[in-house]
Design a protein around this ligand. Structure first.
Ligand code: DGP
Ligand code: NA
Ligand code: NA
Length: 210
C-alpha cells in the first residue's frame, strides 16, 4: 500500500487560549510528535508577522503604532485571508497544519474591547473551517502568575479576563477543552491523542471538507 494517496487530505488543527496558556510550546511539541510518526505536518501561527500586514500588526502589538480597534481587527483578519489559499493547498496535498491561534482569537480579542461580536465574526466568514479546535483552558489569574507576559499590548490581567469571557461565549460543543494547568506532559498526552484521531478521521474523509 502506498502512503502517497493523492486523495488524502491533511487536518486543520487550531490551538486557542489566553496568552501564557502554553499554546506555542504545545504546538511545537505536537509538531515534533507528528514528525516522529512520519505524518506530514507544518507548524503555523497567527498573526503571521512576516508579511507586510503582519508587520503592521506586530508594530501595533508592540505599542509602536496606534490603530483604531476596527482597523486592527481587519488587519488580523486580512493576515489570515492572505494565507488562505496556501493553507488550502497544503491541506489538499495531505499536509496537516497545526495552527497557533486563528479566527477565534480574532473574535475573542476584538470583542473583548467592546466591539460587536457579530461585526467581529463577519470578516472571518469564508476562511477555512478547522477540523479540530483545542482550547488550552487556564484562568487569567493562573496565566498571569506564570509570568513572562512580554509587555505586548494585550498582555494584561484585566484585558485577559475580558478575552476569557469572550472565548466562553465562542466555544461550542465541538471544541476540546484541555486543562492547561495540568503538568505539561499530561497536556501533551491529551493533545496527541486528540490530534492523532482527528488526522485519521480526515484521512478517512470525515469531518468537514475544506
Ligand atoms: P501571539 O503571537 O500568539 O502571542 O499573539 C499576539 C497577540 O495578539 C496575543 O495577545 C493575541 C493577539 N491576537 C492574536 N490574534 C488576534 C486577532 O486576530 N485579533 C486580535 N485583536 N488580537 C489577536
Ligand atoms: Na502573546
Ligand atoms: Na503564544
Amino acid at each position: 500500500e502506498s502512503s502517497e494517496n493523492v486523495n488524502v487530505r491533511g487536518a486543520l488543527i487550531v490551538l486557542e487560549g489566553l496568552d501564557r496558556s502554553g499554546k506555542t510550546s504545545q504546538c511545537s511539541r505536537l509538531h515534533s510528535y507528528l514528525a516522529e510518526q512520519g505524518i506530514p505536518a507544518e507548524l503555523w501561527r497567527f498573526p503571521d508577522r512576516n508579511t507586510c500586514v503582519g508587520q503592521m500588526i506586530s508594530s501595533y502589538l508592540a505599542n509602536k503604532s496606534q490603530l483604531d480597534d476596527q482597523a486592527v481587527h481587519l488587519l488580523f483578519s486580512a493576515n489570515r485571508w492572505e494565507k488562505r489559499s496556501l493553507m488550502e493547498n497544503k491541506l489538499k496535498s495531505g499536509t496537516t497544519l497545526i495552527v497557533d491561534r486563528y479566527s477565534y482569537s480574532g473574535v475573542a480579542f476584538s470583542s473583548a474591547k467592546g466591539l460587536d461580536i457579530e461585526w467581529c465574526k463577519a470578516p472571518e466568514r469564508g476562511l477555512l473551517a478547522p477540523d479540530l479546535v483545542l482550547y488550552l483552558d487556564i484562568s487569567p489569574e493562573e496565566a498571569a502568575k506564570r509570568g513572562g507576559y512580554g509587555g505586548e499590548r494585550y498582555e494584561q490581567l484585566e484585558f485577559q479576563r475580558q478575552v476569557s469571557q469572550q472565548y466562553r461565549i465562542l466555544r461550542d460543543g465541538t471544541w476540546k477543552i484541555i486543562d492547561a494547568c495540568l503538568p505539561v506532559e499530561d497536556v501533551e498526552k491529551q493533545l496527541r491523542k486528540l490530534v492523532f484521531d482527528c488526522i485519521i478521521a480526515c484521512r478517512n474523509g470525515n469531518p468537514c471538507p475544506h
